[in-house]
Ligand binder design. Sequence first.
Ligand code: HEM
Length: 333
Amino acid sequence: MAPQPHSGRRRSRWSCWAVRGLAIVLMSLTGGDALSLDHYRQSCPKAEAAVTAAVKQAIAKDRTVPAGLLRLHFHDCFVRGCDGSVLLDSTSNNTAEKDGPPNASLHAFFVVDNAKAAVEALCPGVVSCADILALAARDAVALSGGPSWAVPLGRGDGRVSLVSDTTSLLPGPGATFDQLKQAFHAVGLSAKDLVVLSGGHTLGFAHCSSFETRIRGFPGGSGGAGVADPALRPSFAAALRRACPANNTAKGAGAWMDPTSAAFDNAYFKMLQTGRGLLASDEALLTHPKTRRMVALYAASQGKFFQAFVSSMLRMSAQNQPGEIRANCRRHN
Ligand code: HEM
């Protein structure tokens, strides 16, 4: 019987398989140092619990934190591996990743800072910021009702964070299927990982600029005015246009990624199938018959989505690099 990520004993058995099999195989593919579930067992046994406590505390005050943490981890891993490079602040000599256009709306950095402070109080200089972010992303998913999994640990913190990497390595919201596939392939991830991890868009929010072209950027309106992407359900496009009036300057305007945006579930795939995918990059998953079938599979089965999500997250977050243990996640040592 297929393992059920939400059902206690079966879930942990499945997580074990996923961790031992996938993580080990993938480490050899990415060429990084081997990650291990035991990495801090001697040196900082309470690290993981301290991270979870910091994430819980932040969510209790701010429901947008899980989406912020999950996206932070994705943006970290796609640029120089999961090395905490996205956490570094710009300096007088260097504009860092976090100040690049694709990262303008990243948030929840404070949660990593709080977790790091808690962990440093327990065992100074031992736990990397990259590991803290990987754990926090897992907790963000699990605490939003999604699956949980054991996170292999031992990532190093990088010393390099370049703004120029962000536009070249992070796919944009208007990316085509081929561009998305290429961006994922560049970090050792498949078209299946692309579909599954795009399911992370079950959480959170997008600003109008991220889907402006979809709601009024297509040719065909009277007097040269743009119309909505014909792939969008007309009532959904109309609701998005109301949320994002033309020439609007409201900074916080936008739309939730799916109607249950605080819950980690498979609603994203159901929306996609019914003309209510928000970003062009979401819609792009329907352009290829193979990935369209995957969308249908995950729309029909939340269990299968959860199972696949754990595998793909393990693959994405296994791209580590040797590095230091930063004392402060915002600055290299
Ligand atoms: C496939 C390529 C992807 C593209 C082009 C993409 C693009 C975007 C864009 C444009 C936004 C909205 C940003 C804004 O307007 O503020 C967003 C939000 C988000 N993305 Fe992605 N994304 C992709 C994949 C992923 C993956 C793999 C994950 C995680 C596994 C992820 C997690 C999220 C989350 C959680 C949000 C909501 C953030 C929040 O509310 O703070 N995305 N993404």
